[in-house]
Each structure stands twice: as structure tokens, then as C-alpha cells.
Ligand binder design. Structure first.
Ligand code: UD1
Ligand code: MG
Length: 481
């Protein structure tokens, strides 16, 4: 249902002094997205008339993130408090009758909770409805001081609490719904009567209550949803909760995750039924797994797409790549951007690939670098093969056909083409194209010198040049005899 009479205002201008960071608070990431991005994404499904982000610190970067998600932005300069931020946003709210206000640093809020808050505000005929939460440890938050069971009298910030108010564990989440015609006159009366000389939005609550307006508080069903990020420890806790939510969603969709608390999964990651994710795996960015894939311990996948039944071995790192059905990578492989393993292809241990297509059923099992290369089907690339794709200035391509056999420790100096069905002798340095079905042999011929080693040893013995190790052994034996 659309809420065309509602504007949503995200307060995102603060610096976040307590983070001790060069980066503005709302640009810090948690759960795979910046804080402000999470908040905007929670707002948009309500279909409000507009979403407005109030920016200040690093306004340009914050605005770029907000505008990319369809929000409008307004600059608050200087930042004279949360109430001042609302006054700055006033003109931008247009004809909206109500505003849902959210801090940019409480990213765990869910759309359903915002919907419920808005419904409570409409039903309760209130000037303001506060989303509150009951916390075991309310320290650091403003507290809700109730006049009665159903009415709020004030929000008191931690620093201004009277001794008897310290017992209150119902806190202000900083998420509110206001009827704007009531808010503006109340806010106009708020004075910067605090240590920071700021205009607090929380003081508008007391102002409304004392002038006889109805102020209600709706308790959030899950108090973890309103956690604010003021410190690095808060960021870590919020990140942990986001990761837990994501893993929970994937497990509910049929994915096995072993020791789930060790596995890091970004919000846009998808995985098919019966995938198995082993401990200490990271699935990042827009990674997508088909059905029945297995990702083993220590693997890191970024923006990578796996077909069905693919296997990513222990401690394999894959970025911006594709593995088709039944393909295998690792253990201990690095697939850099632009790698494509076609169905049942295999890249094994200590292999690095980049901008490379490995054809159906082809194998690069051990210790190779394959870059800027196209490999056909059913080809075998022996251990230690290197494509020399870089001449110090430019990158050059290598093309290897189907059913090719590359002997171990070969270097293929690009640009070069190896035709279908060709063989390359082990240890070759291939600098010219090899035609289909030919043998490419590019190493010096071996010569064996008969008896050379025995003769050498006799010469050394007669000149008294024995190995020092032998002398030592004799010395060591002496005392025992
Ligand atoms: C605020 C509330 C507190 C509540 C807590 C919940 C006030 C005075 N206090 O405290 O009652 O329990 O949130 O997390 O509101 N901001 C601006 N412009 C400004 C100042 C702040 O846009 O001039 C933004 C910040 O970027 C931030 C949000 O407002 O996203 C809240 O500010 P913050 O400094 O985090 O307030 P808290 O101390 O957490
Ligand atoms: Mg805060």
C-alpha cells in the first residue's frame, strides 16, 4: 500500500565522532552495505511520497549513495542537532502530512516494523509516535519517560537523567512518526539547552506533551532492530546480526552451513538447494551458487557465479568469474577476474588464472599460471605450465585448442596458438604457433655422459677434497670406539 501522505526523513549528517574515523558514520559498512543504504532500503517498500536524506559530513559521498537508491538529499551545514536537521529538511517535505524520521545509524530496522509504527500513528491519532525498545542495558540511549500507560511525557538523554530515571530501560530508538502540522510549532519552541548547544528532536517530544498533544510510544518487537551504531563495537554487533539474518535466510532456503557463525555472506548472495558451505567461507558481492554446490573451508568468492554441482576447494579465492555445472576449482587456487570454467573443467592446486576460458572437461591440475587464454575442450595442461602473456608493455592472448596435451613445465610465449590435438613436449619454451595434431618440441636435446659422475668422485677423493659431512661423522664416532 502506498503512503503518499508520508515523507521519510533519514538523519545522516553527523560525523560520528565516537567512531574515531575519517569516514562519515553513515558510510561505514555493516552486513555488506553502508549504514545509510540499509536504512533507505528499509524505507522504500512503504512507497512514501519521498525519502529525504539529510546530509552534512562528507555530503557528496553520502548523497551519491542516497540518490542512487532514489532518495532526495538536503544539506545541513553546520550540524546543530537532530531537531535542526528536521528544520533544514522542512522545505523538501512538500505537502506530506506525516514524516517518519529515522537516524542514519540504526540500519537493522525492518520495513514491517516501520509499517506497524505508521499504522499505530494513524490509529492512535497522535502528534508523535515514538518507536521505543526495552533493553537490558539501556546505557547511551535517550529514555522514554511516560506520563501514563499510553502517553509519553518526555525523552531524556543519558547525560540529563535524574537519579530515579536511571532505572528506566525503555529507550528512544530515534525512529518516530510525526504529524507535521503539530511538529513544526513544537520544534520552533525548542532551545539548544544542552552541553553541545544543539537543537534536539527529542526535546520536541516534551514540548508536544506539555502543550497537551498526544505522544505515544510503540515498543519494537525485537529490541535488536533499533541498535544504533555510535562506536566500532556497535558496528561489529550490528554486522554480526545482519550476517546471522542472511545465513538464517539461506538455511531456510535449503542450504547447509557448517559452523554458521564463522561464515560471512553478503546480502545479495543467492544459493540453490542442497549447497554445502563449510566453516570460514566468505561469499561476497553478487555471488550466486546453483544447486548442490560445495564450497570448502577458507574459500572466498566475490561476484562469482557457480552452476549446479560445482566444487570450490579449500582456501580458493575467486573473483568475478564463472564456473559452469560440475566445474572444480582448488584447493589453493586463485581465479582472478574473467575466468570461466566450462562444464566439468578443473583448475587445481596452486594454479592462478585470469581472463581465461577453460573448455568443457579440460584440466589445469597443478602449479600453473594461465592468463588471457582460451582453452578448448578435453585439453590437459601439465604441471608448471606458464602462459607468458606480458612482454613488459602489453598483454597478449594464448589460444589452446581441444584435446591438446601440454607437457609439464612448458612456457607458452604469447601471442601463440596451439592447434587441436597437438602435443607440447615437457619443458618446452613455445614461441611459435603449433599446428593441429603436431608435436611442439622446443628444448635442447639431452646428452648423457657415461661414467662422468663416478670419475668426478674418484678425482675428488685422490685430491683429499672429501665432503666435510663425512669427516664430521668419523670424528663423532671416535670417542665411542
Ligand atoms: C540519538 C537520540 C537518542 C536515541 C539515540 C538512538 C537525540 C538528541 N538523541 O542519540 O535519544 O536514544 O539516537 O540511537 O536525538 N544527525 C544529523 N544532524 C545533526 C546531528 C545528528 O543528521 O546535527 C544524525 C546523525 O548522523 C545520526 C542521527 O542523527 O545518524 C542520530 O545522531 P547521533 O549523534 O547518533 O545521536 P545519539 O547520540 O545516538
Ligand atoms: Mg546514534
Amino acid at each position: 500500500m502506498a503512503n503518499q501522505d508520508v515523507a521519510m526523513v533519514i538523519l545522516a549528517a553527523g560525523k560520528g565522532t565516537r567512531l574515531k574515523s575519517a569516514l562519515a558514520k553513515v558510510l561505514h559498512p555493516a552486513g555488506g552495505r553502508t549504514l545509510v543504504e540499509h536504512v533507505i532500503r528499509a524505507c522504500t517498500p512503504l512507497k512514501p511520497k519521498r525519502v529525504v536524506a539529510v546530509t552534512g559530513h562528507q555530503a557528496e559521498q553520502v548523497s551519491a549513495v542516497a540518490e542512487a537508491l532514489g532518495a532526495q538529499t538536503v544539506l545541513q551545514q553546520p550540524q546543530n542537532g537532530t531537531g535542526h536537521a528536521m528544520l533544514v529538511a522542512k522545505k523538501t517535505l512538500g505537502t506530506a502530512k506525516m514524516a517518519v524520521v529515522l537516524p542514519g545509524d540504526a540500519p537493522l530496522i525492518r520495513t514491517e516494523t516501520l509499517k506497524a509504527l505508521l499504522a499505530a500513528h494513524r490509529d492512535g491519532n497522535a502528534a508523535a509516535t515514538i518507536l521505543s525498545a526495552v533493553l537490558a542495558d539501556p546505557s547511551g540511549y535517550g529514555r522514554i519517560v511516560r506520563k501514563s500507560e499510553t502517553q509519553v511525557g518526555a525523552i531524556v538523554e543519558e547525560s540529563q537523567l535524574a537519579p530515579e530515571q536511571r532505572e528506566i530501560n525503555e529507550i528512544n530508538s530515534s525512529i518516530y512518526c510525526f504529524t507535521l502540522a503539530k511538529l513544526w510549532p513544537a520544534l520552533a519552541k525548542v532551545k539548544p539547552n544542552n552541553r553541545h548547544r544543539e537543537i534536539y528532536l527529542t526535546d520536541a517530544i516534551a514540548q508536544l506533551a506539555s502543550s497537551g498533544e498526544t505522544v505515544r510510544a510503540q515498543v519494537a518487537p525485537d529490541p535488536r532492530e533499533v541498535l544504533g551504531c555510535n562506536t566500532r563495537a556497535d558496528l561489529a554487533e550490528v554486522d554480526r546480526i545482519f550476517r546471522e539474518r542472511k545465513r538464517g535466510a539461506l538455511m531456510a532456503a535449503g542450504v547447509t552451513i557448517q559452523l554458521p557463525e564463522t561464515v560471512l555472506i553478503d546480502p545479495d548472495v543467492a544459493a540453490g538447494e542442497d549447497c554445502v558451505i563449510e566453516p570460514s567461507v566468505q561469499l561476497l558481492g553478487k555471488t550466486k551458487l546453483g544447486a548442490r554446490c560445495k564450497v570448502q573451508t577458507g574459500a572466498v568468492l566475490l561476484d562469482t557465479v557457480l552452476g549446479d554441482d560445482a566444487l570450490v576447494g579449500f582456501h580458493t579465492v575467486i573473483k568475478e568469474s564463472r564456473l559452469d555445472d560440475g566445474a572444480i576449482a582448488g584447493p589453493f587456487a586463485q581465479l582472478r577476474a574473467g575466468t570461466h570454467l566450462k562444464a566439468r573443467a578443473k583448475v587445481g592446486n596452486f594454479v592462478e588464472t585470469k581472463k581465461t576460458v577453460i573448455g568443457q572437461g579440460s584440466k589445469v591440475p597443478h602449479l600453473s599460471y594461465i592468463g588471457d587464454t582460451k582453452v578448448g575442450a578435453k585439453t590437459n595442461i601439465g604441471a608448471g605450465t606458464i602462459t607468458c602473456n606480458y612482454d613488459g608493455v602489453n598483454k597478449h592472448p594464448t589460444t589452446i585448442g581441444s584435446r591438446v596435451f601440454i607437457g609439464s613445465d612448458s612456457v607458452l610465449v604469447a601471442p601463440v596458438r596451439i592447434g587441436d590435438g597437438a602435443y607440447i613436449a615437457a619443458g618446452s619454451a613455445i614461441t611459435e604457433n603449433v599446428p593441429a595434431d603436431a608435436l611442439g618440441l622446443a628444448r635442447s636435446r639431452q646428452t648423457n655422459k657415461k661414467g662422468w659422475a663416478a670419475k668426478k668422485r674418484r678425482e675428488l677423493a685422490s685430491s683429499g677434497h672429501e665432503k666435510p659431512a663425512r669427516k664430521k661423522m668419523r670424528k663423532a664416532r671416535k670417542p665411542r670406539g
